[in-house]
Design a binder for this molecule. Structure first.
Ligand code: MN
Length: 161
């Protein structure tokens, strides 16, 4: 019962059709951010400590511990209090998906000349909410604009007028 309750709370609001216990759990927005950050720390340092996750997400260590325990119950990380933290294959797949979405949106917004601060704010939310086909379309549009700088400049000048 406890596991079902935890899963139900972690299921994101945009997945009302997900039934706890019957379908694989879908991580919430903030669970996805945790997985992304854990993966980045592991790439950077080879390990992800609660204290480092807390400082890089700007949250308390208690919040990190509680989320990490939930992610463990959902099968996205393996966590043992004094031995540390590992992503499971499922956890890593989600981290890589969010990372790729983040990079795709940053590439597109940079082409449009949007400043880093605006990008940072918008991407943090959008990376969780756009559908896969929209992300793919933005990827193609970025590639098109990179290959056709004249067209991109026409648009950028049009905006300046
Ligand atoms: Mn985010």
């Amino acid at each position: 019962m406890k596991t079902l309750f935890v899963k139900a709370r972690l299921i994101s609001a945009d997945a009302p059709s997900t039934i706890p216990g019957l379908m694989p759990p879908k991580p919430s927005q903030s669970a996805e951010d945790y997985l992304e950050r854990i993966h980045e720390l592991m790439e950077e340092k080879g390990y992800a400590r609660v204290v480092d996750i807390a400082s890089s997400l700007g949250v308390t260590q208690a919040s990190v511990t509680s989320m990490v325990q939930k992610l463990d119950e959902m099968g996205f990380v393996n966590y043992e209090k004094y031995r540390g933290l590992m992503l499971t294959d499922e956890g890593r797949a989600i981290a890589l998906k969010i990372h790729h979405r983040h990079e795709t949106l940053a590439r597109f917004f940079s082409l449009l000349g949007l400043d880093k601060e605006t990008q940072g704010k918008d991407i943090e939310g959008l990376e969780h909410h756009l559908s896969g086909s929209t992300i793919e379309c933005l990827e193609d549009l970025s590639r098109f604009l990179e290959q056709n700088p004249g067209t991109l400049n026409q648009f950028l000048e049009f905006r300046r007028e």
